[in-house]
Design a binder for this molecule. Sequence first.
Ligand code: JFZ
Length: 433
Amino acid sequence: FASSSVDPYAGETKEQRDERMAWWREARFGMFIHWGVYAVPAGTYNGEQIKGIGEWIMLRGKIPVAEYKAYAKEFNPVNYDPVAWAQLAKAAGMRYVVITSKHHDGFALFPSAVSDWDIADASPYGKDLIGPLADAARAEGLKFGLYYSQAQDWTHPGGSFWPNREKEGEGHWDEGQKGDFDSYLDAIAVPQVDEILSRYQPDILWWDTPAWMDNTRAERLLPLLETVPDIIHNNRLGGDYKGDTETPEQHIPATGFKDRDWEVCMTMNDTWGYKSYDQNWKSTKDLIQKLCDIVSKGGNFLLNVGPTAKGEIPLPSIERLQAVGRWMDVNGESIYGTTASPFYRLHWGRCTKKLHGDGATLYLHVFDWPEDGRLLVPGLKNLPVNAILLHSGEALKADSATDGEKSGVVLTLPKTAPDPYSSVIKLEVEGKL
Ligand code: JFZ
């Protein structure tokens, strides 16, 4: 764990942390954006489709540094429209955006004074990509975060990489990659983290490093966070560094994390960075049910888009985000500011809750609508004082009942589910759950 002398939040009280995390816990849903030079090869190198996630093509395809850098000349996002991106995130019901400012290939999407491997010097586009999105997101009332790959940097001597490759004899394509890590931190990571914090004042800093690394010199990087009071940052500084949030990736934990904030980051297909082929798109139904599942366990959902080298978000991503947004327009109150379900397991769906003074509001997300029109909420002791279909306000009959050995409340529902993905029932219950 980073020593408290460097962790700006080491002495934070629970109340202070609750206040700092409040907007994030309310938000529940954000847009992740993986964008960079890797969108140019888009999964194909020398005519060969390179397996795996698109933003790793340089390592997986063992592309020599000079050859990879040449792609930047084709990274010219003339169709980039940050306002449209921010509006798409908002329309989807997302409350924050996190974009890669620098991924493992070391390419900075912002003009950097310490590197010419950046949008200003290496790409014909030549202008900052990060600032306009920060402004557009904030203009839409969204919070803005930056992902920064502080340890892996595959084009800089000393920038770390996945060492297993070296052990497996796959080694590095460029002998220069054996410089010392601290020289890389001095030259690139420390000054660039300072640049992005000072210039963009992000609400989130999304560190990224492989789990195997020690805490990637937390003492060098953490003090920089003082530049942005109340910034939220994750647990990916390496080693056992905790940060503010756990970051389960591409999977939903069976249960939430006790006394920790956590966020599932996930792709809509099988790659973070854009690839031009075989995307295995998840369905809208799957994405909405994943959102309900994650939030019912007390977590946030950071859902990724991978824009093209021209600056376009792929149409399948747009279609899914617009469909999720239509669902959120009707059912968002069952997601925003809710906390984990009080029930152990519901075989027909999920539940989120909002506690208040003398009771709670429960939101039932029904994935499998009962054919017989009877829905048992096992373990709910008190009859709800109010039960409605959220989308229409239609009142529902509630009775105490036992169903086999399970006791609880049975709701009488209309024959057809109001929503094909997840139909929401709102219950007002009094007393302790
Ligand atoms: C990392 C990146 O390598 C990847 O490209 C993407 O940006 C993702 C969101 O984050 O992926 C990881 C990072 C850490 C682990 C696994 C994948 N880990 O610690 O097991």
